[in-house]
Structure formats: structure tokens, C-alpha cells
Design a protein around this ligand. Structure first.
Ligand code: ATP
Ligand code: MG
Length: 363
């Protein structure tokens, strides 16, 4: 079977630099490493509908945005299978059977779902589909027998939940599903990139994002008005780098060669941080540096996106082909699951013979 990747994104908006450092950049590296036998990248439209049931048009419009962001970042349809979740009905069937292996109280304990429920003000009116999306995520991961799931830190509880379902399934019905491992970013700053407003997570739903497809001017404007240390009022004041999103973005994006190129007064990020902490370094200078670093990373992505934007029907064909291929794989897993659960009555010759014998004897 080898090594298999499954990961994806909800089409609730264009992708942002949080997605990029949390998962997208890694996927492209893994794709190009040649170490993986199969890479499945899913646009999770069915999951997006669990909290956007009244706004299917938003999800519909954003599928192509996410696909363009994928291609712009260097996901290559020759090497990775790009597909749309709702086009794989087998995933619903798998979820349906996995639901019997999970308790309501276990779902209630999921910290990511808990905070998402709070954020969306669902309170007592949580849609059942939203509440159970960790189970559907287990179906997504296991359908492709994924060994590796490269995601941001907020997905840790989902992976734990999936691993529990796999363990339970294999214990009750016999070894069938592959146990997946989470692959988190190595760089601590990338685990959960904060928003430009300083909130704990850059998130489409919070409107605090720098999008991969933002223009150069938009990116600059967002960076120059970013939240920093609120107590760093005058240049000479000592500043704080911990929890300061400008420095967290630098942790995530800047490398030593950027200093020689854009800020030769400093050798590296530690020197820059030390100066800021001591006082005498203004936010504007740091932000201008961050802007230079980020523009360098984003410019090739923007250029590739522009090229793909001229080939929209081809992008849909890529997703259609990918979905067909993904469905074949998911169908094989579903068949194996049903065999293990012994709900494959018509191909179970032994069962039919047994029943015939039983009724024959009784007659
Ligand atoms: P939504 O608000 O609709 O949930 P989102 O911005 O949280 O959107 P998802 O589609 O839920 O994005 O997440 C897709 C992937 O990107 C996941 O692997 C997730 O861990 C990762 N990710 C999302 N936001 C960040 C972030 N700020 N930092 C690091 N990784 C992130
Ligand atoms: Mg999310």
C-alpha cells in the first residue's frame, strides 16, 4: 500500500497564508519529494455545508477559488488527486456506519468543535451535521487508507477521533482500516498562525486573513495596519515580541537570506527581536521588512494563479477526473468495510448456503 496522504480544505473562502504555512506548503513539498504513493487533496464542500446550509451558493462559488489556490501553490494534478467531497457518495455511507462507534459525549468533548460552536453562536441549535463532522472526517481519511494527514494544530482532535474510530472498527470487525498519523508543521509559528488582528487563529470565518490571492497593494495595506504590541507606542519604547503577530509571521516566513537582501543592518531574526525588545526599533520598519518577505513568497503564487484563471474549464475537468479516481478508491474501502461488517449478503455464498441448509433441514 505504501504511504498515502489525505488532506483538504473547506470551500468557505479563498485560502490564506495560515492555510499555506499550516498545510498547503507542506503538501507541495511532500508531493515533490516523491515519497508518497498517492496524494488525495479534498475540497470539503459537504463539510462546509454543515455550517452553511442556508448559503450553498457561498460554497459553490468557493470551490473554484480553492482549486485555483491549490494549483497556484504548486499542487500538480499529475501527481496529486484533487477532488470534491460531495462527489464521493461512499463517504456518507462510511460515516453512517462509523456513527455507531462514537458516543455523543465523546463528540461533545472535542475542543475544536466546542470552540467552533461558540464562535458560530450555535448554542442550543447546533446542526447535527456540524456536530458530527469529526465522524465524517474519519470517513474521509479512512476511505483513502491514508497513512499521513498534514494539517494545522486545530485538526489534532479530529485525528485523535479518527484514530479511535479506526481502532474500534478494527477491534470489533477485524483489521480493515489504516491507522493514520497527523503531520504537523515543524515550525511552531505555523501550527496556528494568528490573524492580522492578533486573534489566536487566522480564519476565513473571522475576517482577519491575508489571502494568497490578495494583490500586492492589499497585502501591503493589511501588513501596515496589523496589530502589534499595543504598549509599544513610541519608537524608543521597549516592545514585546511574544504574541506579537508581526514577529510570529516573521518566525513563519523569514529566512536569514532575507536580511542580507532587505534589512542588512541585522544578521538574523534574533538580532531584530533583541532590538525591538530593548526599544528603539519602530513597528513601521519591521512591518516593511515583513511586507518584503511575504511579497517574495506570494508573488510566484499570484502569477501562477493568473495563468490558471485563464483555464477555468480545464480546472473543473481536473476536479472531475480527480473525483472519479477518488471514488474508485473509496468504493474499494467501502466494499472492504461491508465485508468486514458482514453486510455483503449477496456476495456471501457461505451465508446463502448456510441458510439454504438450515431451512432445508427444517423442511
Ligand atoms: P473555516 O473558518 O471555514 O473553518 P479555516 O480558515 O479554519 O476555515 P479550514 O478549511 O477549516 O480553514 O482548514 C484547512 C486546513 O488549514 C487545516 O489543515 C487547518 O489546520 C489549516 N489551517 C487553517 N487555519 C490555519 C491557521 N491559522 N494556521 C495554521 N493552519 C491553519
Ligand atoms: Mg476550520
Amino acid at each position: 500500500m505504501g504511504k498515502i496522504i489525505l488532506t483538504g480544505d473547506r470551500p468557505t473562502g479563498r485560502l490564506h497564508v495560515g492555510h499555506y504555512v499550516g498545510s498547503l506548503k507542506r503538501r507541495v513539498e511532500l508531493q515533490n519529494s516523491g515519497e508518497y504513493n498517492e496524494i488525495f487533496i479534498m475540497i470539503a464542500d459537504a463539510q462546509a455545508l454543515t455550517d452553511n446550509a442556508d448559503n450553498p451558493e457561498k460554497v459553490r462559488q468557493n470551490i473554484i477559488e480553492v482549486a485555483l489556490d491549490y494549483l497556484a501553490c504548486g499542487l500538480d494534478p499529475e501527481k496529486s488527486t484533487l477532488f470534491i467531497q460531495s462527489q464521493i457518495p461512499e463517504l456518507c455511507e462510511l460515516s453512517f456506519y462509523y456513527m455507531n462507534l462514537v458516543t455523543v459525549s465523546r463528540l461533545q468533548r472535542n475542543p475544536t468543535v466546542k470552540s467552533e460552536i461558540q464562535m458560530r453562536n450555535f448554542e442550543a441549535s447546533i446542526p447535527v451535521g456540524f456536530f458530527t463532522y469529526p465522524i465524517s472526517q474519519a470517513a474521509d481519511i479512512t476511505a483513502f487508507q491514508a497513512t499521513t494527514v498534514p494539517v494545522g494544530e486545530d485538526q489534532m482532535p479530529m485525528l485523535e477521533q479518527t484514530r479511535e474510530i479506526v481502532h474500534k472498527f478494527n477491534t470489533v470487525y477485524g483489521e480493515t482500516l489504516t491507522m493514520p498519523d497527523i503531520l504537523l508543521p515543524d515550525n511552531k509559528a505555523c501550527l496556528r498562525l494568528p490573524g492580522t488582528d492578533g486573534k489566536a487563529k487566522m480564519s476565513k470565518s473571522l475576517g482577519n486573513c491575508i489571502y494568497l490571492s490578495d494583490t500586492e497593494a492589499e497585502v501591503k495595506k493589511k501588513i501596515m495596519s496589523m496589530f502589534t504590541d499595543p504598549n509599544h507606542l513610541r519608537v524608543e519604547d521597549p516592545g514585546q515580541v511574544e504574541g506579537n503577530p508581526v514577529f510570529i509571521y516573521l518566525d513563519a516566513f523569514c529566512r536569514e537570506q532575507h536580511f542580507a537582501k532587505y534589512l542588512p543592518d541585522y544578521q538574523n531574526l534574533s538580532e531584530l527581536k533583541a532590538h525591538y525588545t530593548r526599544g528603539g526599533l519602530g513597528d513601521v520598519k519591521v512591518k516593511k521588512f515583513l511586507n518584503a518577505v511575504l511579497q517574495e513568497e506570494l508573488e510566484p503564487i499570484r502569477q501562477r494563479r493568473k495563468e490558471w484563471e485563464k483555464r477555468i474549464p480545464e480546472v473543473y475537468r481536473i476536479l472531475e477526473e480527480g473525483s472519479k479516481k477518488a471514488e474508485k478508491v473509496a468504493a474499494e474501502t467501502l466494499a472492504a468495510v461491508k465485508r468486514s461488517m458482514k453486510i455483503n449478503y449477496f456476495e456471501d455464498k457461505e451465508l446463502i448456503a448456510q441458510q439454504a441448509k438450515r431451512f432445508g433441514e427444517e423442511a
